[in-house]
Design a protein around this ligand. Structure first.
Ligand code: DQA
Length: 142
């Protein structure tokens, strides 16, 4: 069975509480259940990791080498600030898909640029939970 690593960055653990008008009322636990079901339907196993720390995310990407055939990543605010995260993705060379729950192209100016994009095979945004399902489908089709 194909193993996928799903990484969520800072404040994604507060889904449901956090700006529900932007991110919805479903919780992080709901997201985990959704991802596991979507992966199961696609014939994959999803291992989920969440951290509020950039270095912990870099460590997790480095550990993924040889263990996973794809990475789904929502780096959250680090999308717009981190060079270490895309560097780690490029270093391990595992196909990665970037996901954002909200439509980062139509929000504040500072959210429009993603450093992560150039290290990913695709970027999906503005589709809520469904974006993770699409990312899993895309990685499974590679
Ligand atoms: C986000 C968008 C980011 O700009 C923001 O900092 C987040 C979540 C999203 O999923 O829409 O924390 O990545």
């Amino acid at each position: 069975m194909k193993k996928l690593l799903v990484i969520n960055g800072p404040n994604i653990n507060l889904l449901g509480l956090r700006e529900p008008e932007i991110y919805g009322v479903r919780t992080y636990a709901d997201l985990l259940a959704y991802i596991r079901e979507a992966a199961g339907e696609a014939g994959a196993e999803a291992v989920c990791f969440q951290s509020n720390c950039e270095g912990a995310i870099v460590d997790e990407i480095q550990k993924a080498r040889g263990a996973y055939c794809g990475i789904v990543i929502n780096p959250a605010a680090y999308t717009h600030t981190s060079i270490a995260i895309p560097d780690a993705l490029k270093a391990v060379g595992i196909p990665a898909v970037e996901v954002h729950l909200s439509d980062i192209s139509s929000r504040e100016e500072y959210r429009r640029h993603s450093y992560t994009t150039e290290a990913c095979v695709a970027t999906i945004f503005g589709k809520g939970f469904e974006g993770y399902k699409q990312a899993i489908g895309l990685l499974m089709s590679l």
